[in-house]
Design a binder for this molecule. Structure first.
Ligand SMILES: O=P(O)(O)OC[C@H]1O[C@H](OP(=O)(O)OP(=O)(O)O)[C@H](O)[C@@H]1O
Ligand SMILES: O=c1cc[nH]c(=O)[nH]1
Ligand SMILES: [Mg+2]
Length: 213
């Protein structure tokens, strides 16, 4: 597993506003969308391309286009949905699959409640998107899910990550596949109830409102 931390002043500026408990949902959603666009630059660095001829006003030349099979973007519901538009805007031909995971707030274990993904992901580039990597349980479950279906190239795009979660993902994935994790920021730690500190709270609630856990 390879970790990429964005380390960019514009990204840090926007993340700081996300952290602010007084930032409202509409602003939060807008910032998440903007941050994805910035992170996608790094996350899509190795997207597969093929040659394509193009005729400029001056001459013919050879450029590139994203090759088939198109990448597949998988938001981890709910919070990952907030990152979907930003990714599809940049890769409009990508396919989209859905994975609904909910962390049990007592055991901190992820539970799958929905999935809508092709059974066969052989040879596909997969982009898993979820703003929060806390214990890593949810992301590990999602990575396992797509690896079991044949994906060999997985890029996870997250906003905030806890060091403990990154280590857990690293240990779980080992050197089995080409797994990249791109994050805006690595925070200090997890607190005693599994929340990222300083963090931003519950990303799903901040995007879409509070629900019963
Ligand atoms: O690394 P972990 O310890 O597994 O925690 C991270 C997960 O928790 C959040 O989702 P949550 O379960 O709150 O669901 P939601 O998106 O519906 O709010 C977050 O979006 C991740 O999926
Ligand atoms: O800090 C955290 C941890 C898990 N999920 C969140 O949304 N936030
Ligand atoms: Mg949540």
């Amino acid at each position: 597993m390879e970790l990429h931390v964005a380390n960019h002043p514009l990204i840090d500026h926007k993340v700081t506003i996300l952290r602010d408990k007084d930032t409202t949902s509409p602003v939060f959603r807008l910032l998440v969308d903007e941050l994805v666009t910035l992170l996608a630059y790094e996350a899509t660095r190795h997207v597969r391309v093929e040659e394509r001829e193009v005729e400029t006003p001056l001459t013919r030349t050879v450029g590139t286009r994203i090759s088939d099979p198109q990448p597949i973007i998988v938001p981890i519901l709910r919070a990952g949905l907030g990152m979907l538009d930003g990714m599809t805007r940049l890769m409009p031909n990508a396919e989209v699959g859905f994975l609904g995971l909910k962390r049990d707030e007592e055991t901190l274990e992820a539970i799958t409640y929905a999935n809508r993904l092709p059974d066969d992901l052989t040879g596909r580039q997969v982009f898993l998107i979820d703003p929060m990597l806390a214990t890593g349980g949810s992301l590990i479950m999602a990575i396992e899910y797509v690896l079991e279906r044949g994906a060999t190239d997985v890029t996870c795009v997250c906003l905030l990550a806890a060091p403990e979660g990154i280590e857990n993902v690293r240990r779980a994935v080992g050197d089995r596949a080409n797994v990249n994790v791109v994050v805006a920021c690595v925070d200090e730690k997890l607190n005693e109830v599994g929340y990222i500190v300083p963090g931003l709270g519950d990303a799903g609630d901040r995007l879409y409102g509070i629900v019963d856990h």
